[in-house]
Write a protein that binds this ligand. Structure first.
Ligand SMILES: *Cc1c(COP(=O)(O)O)cnc(C)c1O
Length: 426
């Protein structure tokens, strides 16, 4: 114990007196682990240990850490132009990236609005939807429909459309705008109720927002492409805009480049972030169709879209994103996702026999082992046990999941799934 504590670097001990960590009860939580390097799928700790990353740094490092193509792009851009404001001035990587994103996005999305985090991309989507109706002369359509178990970010608008009962945001319910949070309809009866609700409230609804195919932070819950396509259709029939939050599902995670493509739908507005720069620099974007964009064209200045983050479309970040997107084609990332899906199906199968396991499910490069009883103490113990085995796996509540870098080797994946089995068996 003592020898381990001596290995805590000075900067960590000293900085811990001043730093404030996210979603962390700092009075009881252990110190975070000091990282000195990361490469491929491995995180290197200050004491020399290595962890295989099973969750790709909050689902971002799709090409692994320090992919040379992205590092090179960032370095070259840093020498040329690390930043320039986006109002009145233009730079090449952002404009090229907008072309590239439209090329790979579901057909019909034609405009790209950049921002710096996923939460902001969601705020932008919600403001776009609300102002779309205002510009069309309808001031009543300013509320949103969202789904239980969804997570759309930590800022005010994004929180308001995230699961209202989830611990993460419940303190703030009194000053958040009220939205309509409902269950995702999964059968005939669910859809009948859902349509009934829509009929009653559609006059006040700007848009529906959802995470297509997989609700990620809310518990890695899956729904079918048919359900997704049907919800989209109901929105269209009832003059409700459809916002797809692909911040977690985008860039191959669920199988295709974007989850909406698997259901054959084009959302009116789509949010992307997380893996957009391959896990190197914060960047997000909100994409919209021509139909949405055209509602903002007018001879009235105030009809322009009213939003603009200071570091919008940062050149380093957009150059990194261009490099990251190019790797999907050059290195056949989606083929790798297929292999991961089939490997996860085989490798996680044995977890089904464990006493505390309720369900095992796999979608694309997402593998989920759902436990029977959620328990905070057990969660902390599990996290520690995984690290002791050399795996970076962070269960959320009752869900042990893998969302590894898409470049993970079969051996590394096998190591992660074996570790899950080994730790849960105890
Ligand atoms: C992570 C996430 C967000 C928020 O993104 P940040 O970059 O953390 O602000 C929003 N929506 C979904 C689906 C996410 O997974």
């Amino acid at each position: 114990m003592n020898s381990k504590q001596e290995k805590i670097p000075d900067w960590l001990k000293k900085g811990y007196e001043n730093i404030w960590l996210p979603y962390n009860q700092m009075q009881i939580s252990p110190l975070p682990l000091p990282v000195v390097d990361a490469e491929g799928c491995k995180i290197k700790l200050a004491d020399g240990r290595e962890l295989v990353d099973g969750i790709a740094s909050w689902w971002t490092t799709c090409h692994g850490y320090k992919h040379p193509t992205i590092i090179k792009a960032i370095k070259e851009q840093a020498d040329k132009l690390p930043h320039i404001m986006f109002g009145g001035l233009a730079h090449e990587p952002a404009y090229q990236l907008s072309n590239k994103l439209v090329e790979i996005a579901p057909k019909g999305l034609s405009r790209v609005f950049f921002s710096d985090s996923g939460s902001t991309a969601v705020e932008v989507a919600m403001k776009m939807a609300a102002q779309y109706w205002i510009n069309k002369g309808d001031k009543k359509k300013n509320r949103f429909i969202c789904f239980k178990n969804s997570y759309h970010g930590d800022t005010m608008g994004a929180m308001s459309v995230s699961d209202p009962e989830q611990g993460m945001h419940k303190h703030f319910s009194s000053y958040m705008p009220m939205q309509y949070a409902v269950d995702i309809p999964i059968d005939e009866y669910g859809f009948a109720d859902f349509k009934e609700l829509i009929k009653g409230v559609k006059k006040n609804i700007a848009a529906l927002i959802m995470e297509p195919l997989v609700q990620c932070a809310g518990g890695m819950k899956f729904h079918s492409t048919d359900i997704l396509a049907e919800i989209k259709k109901i929105c269209r029939e009832n003059e409700i805009l459809f916002i797809a939050d692909e911040i977690a599902t985008g860039f191959g995670r669920t199988g295709m480049m974007f989850a909406c493509q698997e259901a054959g739908i084009t959302p009116d507005i789509m949010c992307i972030g997380k893996a957009l720069t391959g896990g190197t620099i914060g960047l997000a974007a909100t994409l919209a169709t021509d139909e949405i964009f055209k509602a903002f064209l007018s001879d009235k200045v105030e009809n322009a879209f009213m939003h603009g983050p200071t570091y919008m479309a940062n050149p380093l970040a957009t150059a990194a994103a261009l490099a990251s997107v190019s790797l999907f084609e050059k290195e056949h990332r989606l083929k790798e996702v297929e292999a991961i899906e089939s490997n996860l199906n085989t490798m996680l199968d044995k977890c089904r026999s464990l006493k505390q396991v309720k369900e095992v499910r796999v979608k694309g490069a997402i593998g989920v082992v759902q436990l029977k009883e959620p328990n905070y103490q057990k969660l902390l113990e599990l996290r520690k046990a995984f690290v002791n085995e050399g795996a970076w796996i962070r269960p959320i509540e009752d869900v042990v999941y893998l969302m590894p870098p898409l470049v993970i080797s079969k051996d590394e994946l096998n190591f992660l799934t074996d570790t899950i089995y080994k730790v849960l068996e105890k």
